[in-house]
Design a protein around this ligand. Structure first.
Ligand SMILES: [Zn+2]
Ligand SMILES: [Zn+2]
Length: 260
């Protein structure tokens, strides 16, 4: 990577496929899209979630992860001269299912592990922190959004201690559809604590360009990226593609944002 850049943008390391039940496109469509964009590497980061009380199954079951590795292995071979394809996982933290998550991680040879937290447990059900659906937004507002956000950061801090991983995904994307919620000084302190854990454990920070679909910045925002980079935390770009066209989206904006 050029020495002037803080981040290697030759690969997209957060890609979903239709296997998760809320994205479209076959795995091969994404490989071809990445090659078409001139990328040299890509990482599928399929959703693993355990123990959720949630109405829809929007993650992969063990059977689907078996299909994922079979098809992914075929694509790695087929496209070996054109692109490096890695088969990773986006681990959705759930404190109520830590053992189940660890068992699932032990069952499959994931090549890259991103850690996320997508849900907030309100005592009876899991609320989706990232959903744009009005019923989730209303429920999160009713649960006191600032408290929910603080609980989210507590979850991430806890998750980094419990689950081995390579990177932390979309750090400040929770409550992305509640624009009135701002990071308070308490949240900022939690983020600093979290970054310190990343530094100590050698966990990278993802720069997730899906943020540009919602606001004029990636997840996390520039200040947090700068804070992490100054601490020596590695940065990894990912589009969070849920459609083949989204592979490598907004990477040029990241190049400009992070150029000195
Ligand atoms: Zn998804
Ligand atoms: Zn995610």
């Amino acid at each position: 990577m050029p020495p002037s850049l803080l981040i290697d943008l030759s690969g997209d390391h957060h890609i979903h496929t239709k296997l998760c039940n809320h994205a479209s496109g076959e795995m091969e469509d994404y490989v071809q899209a990445a090659i078409g964009k001139g990328l040299r590497s890509m990482t599928f980061l399929e959703h693993l979630e355990c123990g959720l009380r949630y109405e829809q199954q929007i993650w992969l079951t063990s059977e689907l992860f078996e299909q994922y590795f079979a098809e992914g292995g075929r694509l790695q071979q087929k496209y070996t001269d054109q692109i490096e394809v890695r088969l990773g996982v986006e681990i959705g933290w759930n404190a109520l299912a830590a053992d189940e998550l660890r068992a699932a991680l032990a069952r499959f040879p994931f090549e890259h592990r991103g850690l996320s937290c997508h849900f907030y447990f309100d005592g009876s059900r899991h609320l989706n922190l990232l959903s744009s659906k009005q019923e989730h937004i209303t429920a999160l507002r009713a649960a006191e959004a600032e408290q929910v956000l603080a609980a989210y950061f507590v979850s991430l801090i806890e998750a980094c201690g419990e689950i081995p991983c390579d990177k932390l995904c979309h750090l400040d994307a929770a409550l992305r559809h509640l624009p009135e919620v701002r990071l308070t000084s308490r949240h900022q302190e939690q983020i600093s604590q979290l970054l310190d854990i990343l530094r100590v454990k050698g966990i990278a920070l993802e720069v997730n360009t899906s943020g540009y679909a919602v606001r004029p910045a990636p997840y996390p925002g520039l200040e947090i990226i700068r804070q992490a980079a100054a601490m020596g935390i590695a940065l990894i770009p990912g589009s969070d593609a849920h459609h083949p066209e989204q592979v490598g989206r907004h990477f040029e904006q990241i190049r400009q944002l992070l150029s000195p």
